[in-house]
Design a protein around this ligand. Structure first.
Ligand code: PBG
Length: 339
């Protein structure tokens, strides 16, 4: 006789449904699908041909105008990964972050190449930040402030508006501001709308924490800050409330998608945001340091890379993410297509 362990649930042998792979698959609650992955792509003005990125094994720098960039997107589409986020590595950094808004900047050129070869089949998001374009390595423009030198919020917003419009002009579907300036979503929405781009979405890096998991990425783009750190603008990881405030503000300012970043050490935040804001799509960014942990653990022989990767991605999904931005996108999609 089954006994009631929970009111209304006479289950006393949870193992019954774990006996066969088919049974486990049948009752699986959190499932992954290639369509929910967004793949980061690095376009670089430093490279004349596709070159492996040492700090992100399996990934490449693509010259913005290269046929290989197109080919790699086509291969992803075939696997069901249909959305991408572009990051640019400019030929040079300066105090204006000029390659971030130049109409022939790395991201703008890549976008034009993609649109002319593949039309609107791939969904292309563009990261909007200046850390890899500005000589300071900061996400905003440095300026004098009452304690000396700071990242200035409001002059940065003007620059973000310019960058957003240039990305929209080049064919971006989703502008993704990642600099954590106050009011950035509002500023970008206004700039897009007043330039005729009211149908371009904004995916806000809303709850972006000052994290130690960004190391490999900063190496990829040489975007580490030249002085200080990012703790005066990115959220403090001791505070879950910061995520709620930032997401609420971004929704009010007009974000179409909100994001929690990083993902793995922030599953509680993903789950909290999903619970408090169930009516807006939620993205989670499975960042470079998390990717590297999987790589290093599998290299040392302590885990099967594929299994570990699927466990992590599934946990991000289970916590409530609708979209997962991940460097594992293609490998995971391949596994999901196989089964
Ligand atoms: C900043 C930015 C960062 C990442 C993407 N955009 C982090 C940072 O340098 O603070 C990190 C992504 C990753 O680690 O994969 N604009």
């Amino acid at each position: 006789m089954a006994q009631t362990v929970l009111p209304g649930f006479p289950i006393n042998r949870p193992r019954r449904l774990r006996l066969l792979p088919g049974l486990r698959d049948l009752v699986a609650e959190a499932r992954l699908h290639p369509n929910m992955f967004m793949l980061p792509i690095f376009v670089s003005e430093h490279h004349e041909k596709p070159s492996p990125i040492e700090s992100l094994p399996g990934h490449y720098y693509y010259p913005p105008n290269s046929p290989e960039l197109i080919k790699s997107i086509q291969q992803s589409l075939e696997l069901g990964v249909k959305s991408f986020i572009l990051f640019g590595r400019p030929s040079h950094k300066d105090d204006l972050a000029s390659r971030a808004y130049a109409s022939d900047g790395p991201v703008q050129s890549a976008l034009r190449n993609i649109r002319s070869e593949l039309g609107y089949e791939p969904v292309i998001a563009t990261d909007l930040c200046i850390c890899s374009y500005h000589s300071s390595g900061h996400c905003g423009v440095p300026g004098k402030c009452r304690i000396g030198y700071c990242v200035d919020n409001d002059s940065t917003l003007k620059l973000y508006q310019k960058i957003a419009v240039s990305q929209a002009e080049a064919g971006s579907d989703i502008i993704a501001p990642s600099g954590m300036m106050d009011g950035q979503v509002n500023a970008i929405r206004e700039a897009l709308d007043s330039n005729g781009y009211s149908d371009i979405s904004i995916m806000a890096y809303s709850a972006k924490f000052a994290s130690n998991f960004y190391g490999p990425f900063r190496d990829v783009l040489e975007s580490a800050p030249k002085w200080g750190d990012r703790r005066s603008y990115q959220a403090d990881f001791r505070n879950a409330r910061d995520a709620l405030v930032e997401v609420a503000l971004d929704i009010k300012e007009g974000a179409d998608i909100v994001m929690v970043k990083p993902a793995l050490a922030y599953l509680d935040i993903i789950s909290l945001v999903k619970k408090e804001f169930p009516y807006i799509p939620l993205a989670a960014y499975n960042v470079s340091g998390e990717y590297m942990m999987v790589e290093l653990m599998s290299r040392s022989g302590f885990a099967d890379k594929k299994a570990l990767m699927l466990e992590i991605l599934t946990s991000i999904r289970r916590a409530g993410a609708d979209i997962i931005i991940t460097y594992h996108a293609l490998e995971a999609a391949r596994l999901l297509v196989e089964v």
